[in-house]
Ligand binder design. Structure first.
Ligand SMILES: [Fe+2]
Ligand SMILES: [Fe+2]
Length: 135
C-alpha cells in the first residue's frame, strides 16, 4: 500500500494543526510499513501505541482550540475523536490478546478515517476558527 501524502487539500488554514496532521500521517505510514514488513506483534504494538498517544495529544489540541472559541460543532467533532480513540484501543487489545497481525483492512480503515476526518471535519473547523483565532 502506497504511503499517505499530506496535500494542500488537507490544509485547514491553521499552521499548527496542519503540522500535527503531517505527523499523524507519518505515524500511519510507519504502521503501514510495519504491517507490510510483517513485523511481530510487539513491534506493531509499539507503533500502534505511538500512533494512539499522538492522536490523543492532537485531539486534545483541537478540542482545547474549539472550547476556547466556543466552536459550534464541538460536540460532534469530539465524538468523532472519541470513536477513533476507542477503535484504536480495540485494535491494541486484540493484538495483545490474540497476538494476531493487524490486517491490511484495519490499516485501510484507519487511513480512510484520518483523511476523511481531516478533509471534512478538521477543515471545516480550521477554516472557521482561523478567521477569528490564529493558533
Ligand atoms: Fe479533529
Ligand atoms: Fe485533526
Amino acid at each position: 500500500m502506497a504511503h499517505l501524502i499530506w496535500t494542500d487539500q488537507m490544509s485547514t488554514g491553521i499552521a499548527e494543526q496542519d503540522e500535527q496532521h503531517k505527523i499523524l500521517i507519518e505515524l500511519i505510514n510507519r504502521l503501514n510499513d510495519a504491517i507490510q514488513e510483517r513485523k511481530d506483534a510487539e513491534i506493531l504494538g509499539t507503533v500502534l501505541t505511538e500512533l494512539s498517544n499522538y492522536a490523543v495529544h492532537h485531539f486534545g489540541y483541537e478540542e482545547a482550540l474549539m472550547d476556547r472559541h466556543g466552536y459550534a460543532d464541538t460536540a460532534v467533532h469530539k465524538l468523532e475523536h472519541q470513536t477513533f480513540i476507542e477503535w484504536m484501543a480495540g485494535i491494541k487489545r486484540k493484538l495483545a490478546e490474540e497476538e494476531a497481525a493487524v490486517s491490511a483492512q484495519v490499516i485501510n480503515f484507519l487511513r480512510m478515517w484520518v483523511t476523511g476526518h481531516i478533509m471534512k471535519t478538521d477543515r471545516r473547523m480550521g477554516q472557521e476558527l482561523s478567521k477569528i483565532a490564529p493558533e
